[in-house]
Each structure stands twice: as C-alpha cells, then as structure tokens.
Design a protein around this ligand. Structure first.
Ligand code: NI
Length: 141
C-alpha cells in the first residue's frame, strides 16, 4: 500500500503512557514515596517496566523462571545474595539477575538503598514465593 493511503486506519502516535516523551527525574520520583520494598512504576517500555524501590534489610529468596531482572543502584550499596556468593553493587552500578537464578537483595549495613529495576511487566515481585513483603500492585508515579 502506498505511503499515506488509508491514513485514517493508522495508529496515532499518541498512547496512554503519560510519562512518555518527557524527561523523568529519577531522584525526584524517589522523593514521592517512602514505603520500603514496595515498587513504584515510573515508565513502561513495550512489555517492560521501569520501577523504583527503597530497600532496607533483607528481602525474600526467590527466582523468576522466565524473566531476567536488572537492578541499578541509584543510592547506597546493594548486596545481591546468590546461593553460592554475594555480589556488592555500588551506587551507579547495575547487576542483571538471569532467569531461574535464586536471589535475595539486601541493603548493605543499615542504610536505605534506592534501586531502579528494569523488568517485564509480568514479572512477579517475589516469583512463586508468597511472603508478607510480596506486592502485586505497583503504584504509578
Ligand atoms: Ni527478583
């Protein structure tokens, strides 16, 4: 079909993601919530989402059978515990947890750590593990 034909059937360039096409200040978004271990969504990218979490102490051992999970440390130092080792992830660093690998994020020391995660929209917070920390709804901020 020639370009421009049937234009009325083409999809508009607008979509329902309010945050799209505007700069997002991550630090400012972190200031909008204080609840720990409760991810907040700041953007979507196709089937992926960008979420923020404040963590302190130890999370829950879990894995995601079919999805990788990326963690970016915005503030503080994250300990990513694996069954065979611990990786220290410092401010400004990223770590990717491959699908199927058990992991347990933990803050180093007593400080609150600010983490940005990039993962599939369908990724469950604690995989198949049910825990009091498990969240199913991530507020959009
Ligand atoms: Ni995980």
């Amino acid at each position: 079909m020639p370009y421009g034909e049937n234009a009325k059937d083409s999809k508009p360039l607008l979509h329902n993601n309010n945050s799209a096409m505007k700069p997002i200040n991550v630090k400012e978004k972190f200031s909008k919530f204080s609840k720990q271990w409760h991810p907040h969504q700041i953007a979507t990218v196709d089937t992926m989402q960008v979420i923020l979490a404040k963590i302190q102490g130890e999370f829950v051992w879990h894995s995601h059978d079919n999805e990788d999970e990326l963690f970016f440390v915005q503030k503080g130092t994250l300990e990513m515990h694996f069954r065979d080792r611990v990786e220290i992830v410092k401010e400004g660093e990223i770590i990717v947890v491959p699908k199927g690998v058990e992991h347990c994020p933990k803050s180093q020391g007593d400080e609150e750590v600010h983490v940005l995660l990039f993962e599939q929209l369908k990724t469950k917070h604690t995989g198949d593990v049910q825990h009091e920390k498990t969240q199913t709804e991530y507020p959009k901020i």
